[in-house]
Write a protein that binds this ligand. Structure first.
Ligand code: HEM
Length: 418
């Protein structure tokens, strides 16, 4: 790592420590000690108000209504007001998989690229994917039954979404272990405290670029009915650039499993820790879609996102008007909004019978609403239903391990017996 980078990282880490010492609850929230249970610290953040300015200068949106309104507001984007990308410094020689993707673009580029990827993930496409996802799930359950005791994340929560998204993208023999490793590196590196993994992220970025370059070449000659082939056609028709094709493929792969892994791991942990709800699901597997929604609300896999105002705006927080200047950075706390007591009754209780008036914000809202939400829901529904039907005696055999990230909320290991 070069000297300039080392000093930038040291500076960032020191700034974070200073903010913690000064009592900034958001900087504190990213500290490792809150990994297993961030909610007491998140409640302290909520107590500061629905929309407030932290010591770092970043505004913090905590209430459901404010988060939802800001996500839908067209005067707010994912880039700075002058169109700069969200990062103030780039530490990477090769752009990491999340950089320069449409997740980080505003209209019109965002609209153009998202539109190209949308058809494969539309709700209407889901029935066609169902039997393939069921077959993958059944295969994993067969193996778990043979194993008897195993880590649910390793044997189920990771391989299921990785296999499904690799299939959709047309990646031959998607290598589960390698992709899981990529996901862990990228997920951890997005965290405020773990910005040090620059070198590992570089290796992942290079490996993914190589994989997609080969795949794009192959699909140009032998097109299939996969997403990459569709994007190759769009490339030929000048609807996107070769670089945009590369970044879109990387985004779809990583977004396709990095979050769903946590939906599945969090869900099984919660169900086994609430035996009456697990028994209810085993007795009536048609509850599976409700389980998915409650897991997403209660343990939101992607905990926050950042936005920038593109002009001065006034926000009615329900407790007064807050004026945001142009180019204000706002942290939208999806996970905290999903536990807002003004919207969700008994928000700190996991309850699969809950019938909420409002949809949770686990998939965000507005222009960047999760493109893969129908797929994630389908995978979750099939996964929970199949586990309840075929492994009703599933039980925990040891403590879970938490992922080292405040952004991605999930378990990295969950020892269980079938
Ligand atoms: C439980 C699983 C999932 C969760 C919780 C989740 C969550 C999210 C969230 C919160 C965002 C918006 C981020 C922001 O606005 O800052 C997002 C965007 C996105 N997600 Fe998901 N996601 C999941 C599964 C998937 C799957 C299976 C795919 C499939 C490819 C996917 C693809 C995407 C893409 C492409 C975007 C960018 C959308 C845009 O910028 O327009 N996600 N996701």
């Amino acid at each position: 790592m070069d000297l300039r980078l080392r000093s930038q990282l040291a500076g960032q880490r020191m700034a974070l420590q200073v903010l913690r010492l000064l009592g900034d609850p958001v900087s504190e929230y990213t500290a490792e000690r809150w990994r297993a249970d961030p909610y007491p610290q998140l409640e302290r953040i909520r107590q500061r108000g629905p929309l407030w300015k932290s010591l770092s200068g970043v505004w913090v949106a905590t209430s459901y209504d404010v988060c939802s309104a800001l996500l839908r507001d067209r005067r707010i984007g994912v880039r700075h007001a002058d169109g700069r990308p969200p990062y103030s410094i780039s530490m990477h020689k090769v752009p990491p998989p999340w950089m320069h993707t449409f997740l980080e673009m505003d209209a019109p580029d965002h609209t153009r690229l998202r539109r190209l990827a949308t058809p494969a993930f539309a709700r209407s496409k889901m029935p066609a994917y169902r039997s393939r996802i069921e077959a993958v799930t059944d295969g994993l359950v067969d193996r778990m039954r043979e194993l008897g005791e195993f880590d649910l994340v390793r044997e189920f929560a990771r391989p299921l979404p990785i296999t499904v998204i690799s299939d959709l993208l047309g990646i031959p023999d998607g290598d589960n272990e390698t992709f899981a490793h990529y996901g862990r590196i990228v997920g951890a590196s997005l965290d405020m405290e773990a910005m040090s993994q620059v070198e590992e992220v570089q290796e992942v970025s290079i490996a993914l670029r190589r994989l997609f370059a080969e795949l794009i070449d192959e699909r140009s000659v032998n097109p299939g009915d996969d997403v990459i082939s569709t994007l190759v056609v769009a490339l030929r028709e000048d609807e996107l650039t070769p670089e945009e094709l590369m970044t879109t493929a990387g985004l779809l792969l990583l977004a396709g499993f990095e979050t769903t892994v946590n939906l599945l791991g969090n869900g099984v942990r919660l169900l086994l820790d609430h035996p009456e709800q697990w028994r209810a699901l085993c007795a009536d597997p048609s509850l599976a879609p409700q389980v998915v929604e409650e897991v997403l609300r209660f343990e939101t896999p992607f905990q926050y996102g950042a936005r920038f105002t593109h002009e001065p705006i006034e926000v009615d927080t329900g407790r007064g008007i807050v004026k945001l200047p142009a180019d204000a950075e706002v942290l939208i706390l999806f996970g905290l909004a999903n536990r807002d007591p003004e919207v969700f009754d008994r928000p700190g209780q996991f309850d699969i019978w809950r019938v909420p008036d409002q949809e949770h914000l686990a998939f965000a809202n507005g222009a960047h609403y999760c493109l893969g939400a129908p797929l994630a829901r389908l995978e979750g529904e099939i996964a929970f239903r199949t586990l309840a039907t075929r492994l009703p005696s599933l039980r925990r055999t040891g403590p879970e391990e938490w992922r080292m990230s405040s952004l991605v909320r999930g378990v990295s290991a969950l020892p269980v017996a079938a």
